[in-house]
Design a binder for this molecule. Structure first.
Ligand code: GLN
Length: 573
């Protein structure tokens, strides 16, 4: 069967099993909060009783963001199945409680990889492969995949309308409106209304242009989200409605807020979920009261918890991507969840690990907890080790994550056991390599193998792994379980096979081990009020409504260490 005939068959099938599709595009510029808008739509539709699925289509040519620098692209989010994905998936999971999978994340690189493999196999024999229909068909197939299992498939299109890489995605949406019928699709466009201080007004022209660009590609937005620092008045709505060909009620304000967890309720108050349901003919006035209650139970309550803390605690994150907030987004969120669980407000103090030892120690004097996050390569490593030593010696609560665990092991070997050249294979081939490259490990009974010469993309120990926790440990007190599952993303491991005795002399206790008992997963110190590090990334599993126990306990320990009077800190709401 020709590929085009196969596609027609799939379309017919989908018409019979009708569910709805929402596309979120962005205009004018990046960083307007498209991911948070998408996640908010997801959670608001859930509050209305609908099952949703969140997908993201990223037009860049990388197969996934795994090889990109956090400075270029922000954090790389890791899903349970090991997919390295855009940080927006973190928002989706945290807002909706869903577990996303590799089947929810698409990039141009992934599509071309698939299409080219099909071409080599001979699937397109006789035809020339073109962006339309071959690439657009693959995009449509990805969008449609699994739609029958949910009521709404919510697809965020990465980048900004007008980007050259994004054109096939907009084209796929245009075609889907015809394939599926306009009534099954809503296009939501997020734009920006700049506020001109001199004339004291919000300007609509950039939005008009951005919508025109979208229309010129055959896509008419149904709803416009207007991000702005000032409220949009009726005149602006009327003007945008007229020039953008969108119903006035569907011009929705997206005001700046201080905390992302205030966004879903703000969107609800601005009428977003009501207008989405109205668009699909799903609005049922009788249910509105119940919807209000559902939203209140979740989002208004969390707003209250965030805005009325009883104490403040300052945590230092000693890392190297300290200048870009997005580089540690899941981590910052998890720290905040831990604070909310302790009725506290947290001030995260990002400390650049590349500073001199003395400057670092001076900065760490004012904090109640020190966290060394994940990271790659040797830059800033000595500063992180200084911070760990400072936490160990001064009994300041310490949490190490992934590279943070590896460096806690190196620090103890160097400064407690006196092995000055202890290091990791990642930084050097000389010295005592206490953190080394492992060729194989077990994943749920199956062996996985790696070689140092393997490709860099997608070859780390990735995704969820189970871990055994020993009963008599801080880890057990924190997790309250002897078996846990955490997400991983790293290439190197603690070499316990060779250095078990040295680690004992260094005072390290491995309280969490991989299921086969070979790889250390959690390390802690006795005779310290709170010193724990994990080889995994617990931040990816922390949710505002289910804070991760490691973060909750870390913040609690930091509060016990000392807190700062509330009035000394900037208000957050
Ligand atoms: N660079 C270290 C490794 O690959 C740690 C990675 C991380 O912190 N995610 O093992």
């Amino acid at each position: 069967m020709l590929m085009s005939e196969k596609w027609i068959d799939e379309m017919d099938e989908s018409r019979r099993t009708g569910s709805f599709f929402i596309f979120i595009t962005g205009g004018i510029m990046s960083s307007l909060g498209k991911g948070i808008a998408s996640a908010s739509i997801g959670t608001l539709l859930q509050a209305r009783g609908y099952a949703v699925r969140m997908k993201k289509l990223d037009p860049y040519i990388n197969v996934d963001p795994g090889t990109m620098s956090p400075y270029k692209h922000g954090e790389v989010f890791v899903m349970g199945d090991g997919c390295e994905a855009d940080l927006d998936f973190g928002h989706y999971e945290r807002f909706t409680g869903l577990q996303c999978t590799a089947n929810d994340s698409l990039t141009t690189g992934k599509i071309y990889e698939k299409v080219l493999a099909q071409e080599r196999r001979g699937d397109y024999l006789g035809s020339d492969i073109q962006v339309i229909p071959h690439i657009t068909n693959e995009i449509k197939r990805f969008i449609m995949d699994g739609h029958e299992l949910v009521d709404f498939t919510i697809c965020e299109i990465g980048g900004t309308v007008g980007d050259i890489e994004g054109l096939p995605y907009i084209e796929a949406i245009r075609q889907l409106r015809i394939d599926l019928g306009v009534f099954r699709i809503a296009c939501i466009h997020l734009t920006y209304l700049p506020y001109l201080k001199t004339s004291e007004e919000l300007k609509t022209k950039p939005t008009q242009h951005s919508v025109k660009l979208l229309q010129s590609m055959g896509v008419q937005p149904d709803i416009i989200l207007c991000r702005s620092e000032k409220d949009i008045n009726d005149d602006i709505k009327t003007k945008l409605s007229m020039f953008c060909n969108v119903k006035k009620e569907n011009i929705v304000a997206a005001l700046d807020v201080e905390n992302i967890y205030l966004v879903p309720h703000k969107y609800h108050l601005a009428g977003l979920d009501r207008q989405v349901c109205d668009h699909f003919g799903l609005l049922d006035q009788k249910l509105e009261k119940l919807v209000e209650e559902n939203i209140k139970e979740k989002w208004v309550n969390i707003e209250h918890a965030i805005c009325t803390p009883s104490k403040t605690v300052r945590i230092a994150v000693v890392g190297k991507y300290t200048k870009l907030k997005d580089a540690y987004i899941s981590l910052s969120q998890a720290i905040n969840h831990g604070a909310i669980a302790n009725e506290a407000r947290v001030e995260i103090y990002f400390v650049d690990a590349k500073k001199s030892s003395q400057n670092l120690e001076d900065e760490l004097c004012n904090v109640s907890g020190i966290l060394v996050p994940g990271g790659f390569d040797s830059s800033g490593v000595e500063g992180k080790i200084t911070a760990i030593k400072f936490a160990r010696e001064n009994k300041i609560p310490f949490l190490g994550i992934c590279l943070g665990l590896q460096l806690a092991v190196i620090e103890a070997c160097r400064n407690v056991a006196g092995v000055k050249d202890a290091t990791s294979r990642e930084f050097s081939d000389e010295g005592e390599i206490v953190i080394d490259f492992m060729n194989s490990w077990e994943s749920d009974g199956l062996a996985e193998f790696r070689l140092p010469s393997d490709n860099k993309g997608g070859t780390m120990r990735l995704g969820s792994y189970r871990c055994k926790i020993s009963g008599d440990s801080l880890a057990y007190k924190i997790y309250g379980a002897t078996e846990i599952t955490e997400r991983h993303r790293h290439r190197f491991e603690v070499n316990i096979k060779k250095y078990r005795e040295l680690f004992e002399i260094a005072g390290l206790k491995f309280s969490g081990m991989s299921m086969d008992g070979l790889l250390p997963e959690i390390v802690e110190r006795r005779f310290h009020p709170f010193f724990i590090a994990t080889q995994a990334h617990p931040e990816f599993q922390s949710h505002p409504f289910a804070p991760h126990p490691l973060f909750t306990s870390f913040i609690k320990a930091a509060i016990n260490y000392s807190t700062i009077p509330l009035f000394q800190c900037a208000p957050q709401c």
